[in-house]
Design a protein. Structure first.
Length: 146
């Protein structure tokens, strides 16, 4: 009876320890035999902000932000969101292998906007840190009535 109780307790304890984890976890880090951590890393080649310049209200503009995984593990972007519905990011849904490249396309709709507009694009990935913020800015000239 003691063995059955001990076995059941062990199974419950192990399940409780693993209850917060699932196979979709973003942690793709791997410990190498020398103790070093292999993890992915973004390299935007120094460009984490983009200025569209001056446009007229109602125009839609887009820009592609290129990056490389300079880390030692697959890079997985879980989400890419903007600070406003007027800015739509599109990102790779598949893993980017070490040394591989990817693109994040950002479209901005200037309808209803005027003057200087700045929007953040927040990337959640299995990098360290987990959150990376890119930025776009644009000066929107208000349409004049004809």
């Amino acid at each position: 009876m003691k063995k059955i109780f001990l076995f059941a307790f062990t199974v419950l304890a192990l399940n409780a320890c693993n209850s917060g984890k699932d196979d979709t976890t973003m942690d793709a880090s791997v410990i190498e035999t020398d103790g070093a951590v292999k993890e992915p890393a973004f390299d935007f080649n120094g460009v984490t902000a983009w200025d569209f310049g001056k446009i007229t209200e109602g125009e839609r503009v887009e820009h592609t932000i290129k990056f490389k995984n300079t880390g030692k593990a697959n890079l997985v972007i879980a989400s890419c969101t903007s600070s406003c519905g007027c800015t739509i990011p599109d990102w790779p849904k598949e893993a980017i292998a070490p040394g591989g490249s990817g693109e994040i396309k950002v479209e901005f709709n200037s309808s209803g906007k005027s003057d200087m507009v700045t929007k953040d694009i927040t990337i959640m990935a299995n990098t360290n840190p987990v959150k990376t913020v890119l930025q776009i800015k644009v000066f929107v000239d208000k349409k004049t009535a004809e």
